[in-house]
Design a protein around this ligand. Sequence first.
Ligand code: SF4
Length: 405
Amino acid sequence: MPELTTQKKLYIPYMCDHALALEAALHALGTPAETLPPPDQETLDLGRELCLGRECLPLFVSTGDILRRARQPDFDPARSAYMMPTTCGPCRFGQYRTMERLLLDEAGLQDLEIVSPNSENGYQGLGEHSLRLRRLAWQGIVGIDLLLKLCHEYRPYERVPGEADRVYHACQRRLLDAIAAGGGRAAIEAMAWAGEQFTAIEVNRSQPKPWIGIVGEIYLRANPFTNQQIVRQVEALGGQAWVAPMMEWFYFSLWGTQMRARQARDAGGWLKAVLTEWVQRYDEARLLRPARHLLTHAHEAPVSQLMDHVRPYYHPALGTEAALSVGKAIDFAQHGLCGVLNILPFTCMPGIIVTGLAEAVRADHGRIPWLDVIYDAQGGTNIQTRLEAFMHQARQVQARMRVIR
Ligand code: SF4
């Protein structure tokens, strides 16, 4: 896999705001980097022109994102690199890099290097300062997760429309500046400042809203364009969202690394993964502390617990996001949430597994309202109507819970 070089500018596809955290971490180490603008209809169309039509939706948009940037006059493919992380399987994500190489070559971008950190090795190979970069990026990713969670906690109740978004963006800027300045204490101070800003938002919580858990395919779950602003749709229909966080995926990768090392009796590999997790948890706890008291659900369940949840339905060793989504959905049910939305692109392999298991999971968890929301390049079908019916069910669950309490 090509390593990062400081001679080339690294373009990062915008999956969600967490991409900005990676950009800030790269800047901290003096690596030129730029997050591509968020995808839109133009990039979706560009990607579809080149793709065969059977690929996953995230591939369409991420390919279109880099193609649009490459068409701009200041873009020099020979002095640029494009980041597309990879994995060794088992779904199509492991083929994105290969497919994009073919597509970019076809578009005349043979000189554009693709950099592919691998989730199977904990995203090593990110250049000579790999460890420092991963730590900084991690602090940024956790910080963005927490800021989004604060935004989702406050926005449904804000008295002045737009206030939570305004505060979120101001806090995000402060956090990213802190990461670019070296993270650590500066990042913790940025989170403390964020806590003060969110506390100052005027809210009306006299009518509690039903909590909706959002699980599913990681790109669509996090990307507002491809999921048609699902969190805002939930809020517009009178709910509040708890979205499975980005950091969960990184803990899941480490959980897999530890499991494989145990199976291979690789004590060194196991210890390294355990220590990495310890450092990540340490950073997470320090960043959470200043804002913990503002969050209804401040703590996310550890991945090992999610895997225990999923074991009766699906063996965690089979991997894929299916294990995470089912485990998190059960965690949401156990927290008393009023419904679960499972987000997936059309034909998503892990997503289909989750939809198949949903009935058994619901049967064992109070028949919690559950909606599989499937998106394709046409933008999904009848989502609004089905979402309205789902939210109606969620409100009924909330009303029943109030009576029981
Ligand atoms: S998780 Fe689903 S959408 Fe994402 S790459 Fe795999 S199969 Fe495609």
